[in-house]
Design a protein around this ligand. Structure first.
Ligand code: PA5
Length: 444
């Protein structure tokens, strides 16, 4: 069975093989908790068997809704935040031409909104769309999140003004809870096409549900291959032998116990920036609890070698790196020979750009390991739907296992509520009168 690989030899100066192996029993116990459903947060385990349980009919329904949006729209705005945004963004960025927004397209461009409250962002988006054929995918599991609700109110009104209510309702798809929340109520009243986010799948584990699959399909990518990749990893990670999920979970926890409190996810491919953002949310919201948890950070190399590289090489030794190494590039660019060689680059003439990039990667790993930064390496053979499906499920499962090893509930996010309470109090939201008084007293 083909699977991504995890290599841990470059952590062994910090934690020994025996120290990693000593976590085997904890990994096994954490994995059993997931499968037996007897750990904390066990009402949010729907993601665990999601790839194998995703039906062909759901994939067909999503594909035909995507085809409908593709036929009606030149732009589809995907509205959502956190887990209702980052998975789709990560996959679309990883698979898209880097300059897709500037090139002629076969299908619509997927844009994002509701992931911030930037007034200029929304103004500029509305002005871009003012003379365009656009549609909306609005995603909110709770159906009550403020950021996407604001973006949806603005864009819904704009779309209805541009094309009328009846046509607008054909171009709007809502993905939300089956029964609860303002978005479900609104979608029912307006007659929108809807997809359901199952109760037992939390936002940051929802990329392989319609939350991620519909925008990815609208962008023109093969969601069946994505699910196939995830299924392969679901099957591969059931196995005790050569289980890359277990190896990653055990190693990062051994490093944490050895004082390495920060994990930096490193890529050498600009298309993976948002995979890093998705991973940060997955691990940050899952593990950062009870004053515990590895702090997830991410860098895009070689760009960030010219900024964060100094800190990583030479700063406080509390970090470790997990490098995502992509095997094959899709395109070939060879560095030309120049007769004058004024730039002194003829020593690499004839080499592919990726060969240089791979040497930057190898040279950096050696330097960082020499500098006291343990390195894990995850090999992703290529940026395709299949391999992305594998790595998504790989990280999700390792996150569940790691969270239980750490002793937290990996599936809630109580800390996210604090800022919301203050924001609602400051905005005088009905129902927050006591909080408004308290916060005004604090502000003096
Ligand atoms: O992982 C999570 O649950 C969160 O990050 C949510 O995805 C995020 O807060 C958005 O929530 P909702 O989909 O309810 O609007």
């Amino acid at each position: 069975m083909k699977s991504i690989q995890v290599e841990v030899k470059n952590v062994l100066a910090t934690v020994s093989e025996a120290e990693i192996k000593a976590l085997d029993a904890e990994v096994a116990a954490a994995t059993s908790k997931l499968y037996d459903g007897n750990g904390e947060g066990n009402d949010f385990l729907g993601w665990l068997r999601l790839p194998s349980e995703t039906s062909d009919s759901l994939i067909e329904e999503i594909s035909s809704t995507a085809a409908q949006l593709r036929s009606l729209c030149d732009y589809v705005v995907c509205i959502g935040i956190g887990g209702s945004y980052l998975g789709a963004k990560a996959v679309i960025e990883a698979l898209s031409d880097s300059f897709a927004t500037l090139k002629q397209h076969n299908g619509p461009q997927v844009l994002f909104a509701g992931q911030n409250i930037g007034e200029d962002y929304l103004y500029e988006l509305q002005s871009l769309l003012s003379d365009k054929k656009f549609g909306i995918i609005v995603i909110s599991k709770s159906g009550t999140t403020t950021e996407p609700a604001i973006a949806f109110r603005l864009l819904k009104e704009q779309l209805e003004k541009q094309v009328g209510k009846a046509e607008a309702s054909k171009r709007i798809v809502a993905i939300t809870d089956a029964n609860r929340g303002a978005l479900r109520k609104l979608a029912t009243e307006e007659g929108y096409k809807t997809f359901v986010i199952a109760d037992n799948v939390g936002g940051r584990f929802s990329v392989l549900t319609p939350v991620g699959l519909l925008p990815i399909a609208v962008a023109g990518f093969d969601i069946k291959a994505l699910i196939d990749g995830a299924r392969t990893m679901e099957a591969a990670s059931l196995n005790g032998e050569n289980n890359c999920v277990a190896a990653y979970a055990a190693t990062r926890n051994a490093l944490y116990r050895a004082g390495k409190k920060i994990e930096i996810l490193v890529n050498y491919n600009p298309k993976l920036h948002f995979l890093g953002e998705w991973w940060k949310q997955l691990y940050g919201e899952s593990e950062g609890k009870d004053h515990k948890g590895i702090f997830p950070a991410a860098v895009d190399n070689s760009t960030d070698l010219h900024s964060m590289g100094q800190w990583i090489q030479d700063g406080e030794r509390t970090i470790f790196e997990t490098v995502i190494s992509v095997g094959e590039q899709q395109h070939k660019v060879v560095i030309p020979t120049d007769a004058d060689n004024l730039d002194g680059l003829n020593y690499i003439a004839g080499k592919r750009v990726d060969e240089v990039n791979k040497m930057a990667e190898l040279g950096t790993v050696i330097a960082h390991v020499d500098g006291g930064v343990p390195n894990m390496r995850i090999t992703l053979p290529a940026l395709t739907e299949f391999w992305l499906g594998q790595i998504i499920y790989f990280f999700e499962k390792a996150c569940g296992v790691s969270g239980y090893i750490l002793g937290v509930n990996p599936f809630n996010q109580p800390g996210v509520e604090d800022y919301k309470r203050n924001m609602f109090a400051l905005l005088n939201k009905p129902g927050y009168e006591a909080e408004s008084k308290a916060i005004q007293a604090k502000l003096g």
